[in-house]
Write a protein that binds this ligand. Structure first.
Ligand SMILES: O=C(CO)COP(=O)(O)O
Length: 124
């Protein structure tokens, strides 16, 4: 199972904090993490193994969307910052659209991500 992780700059600390709550589960389960570049670096520094793609503004969101379209992802956690502007907003919209097209669970805030992870980890 592969989970994609993305966080806008204002939400990267939230992403690391969120994942830290599931460190044991993520280490022991057969879960691969993939992330946009800078988000991935933060996650890696926190001690997780993660495949890093391009940075979001350079095409990382598009790479995640391509993986979603090819059914390679079980879920996408994308902590968006609704109070900031993003030059690659079309890519962000495209990624969320592709998740909906392919019915891939998408959490855009920690409350939704927690519900999804609780469901996921209850299976282990
Ligand atoms: O911009 C992003 C999502 O739209 C995230 O990209 P980074 O993880 O490279 O900052």
């Amino acid at each position: 199972m592969k989970i994609a992780l993305i966080a806008h700059d204002g939400k990267k600390a939230d992403m690391v904090h969120f994942l830290s709550g599931y460190k044991n589960e993520l280490h022991h389960a057969n879960i691969d993490l993939v992330a946009t570049g800078t988000t991935g670096s933060h996650i890696e520094k926190a001690g997780f193994k993660v495949q890093k793609l391009l940075s979001g503004p350079l095409g990382g969101d598009a790479q995640i969307a391509a993986m979603a379209a090819q059914k390679e992802l079980s879920m996408v956690i994308f902590f968006r910052d609704p109070l900031d502007k993003h030059p690659h907003e079309p890519d962000v919209q495209m990624l969320m659209r592709i998740c909906d097209v392919h019915n891939i669970p998408l959490a855009t805030n920690p409350a939704a991500a927690q519900l999804m992870f609780e469901q996921l980890t209850s299976q282990f």
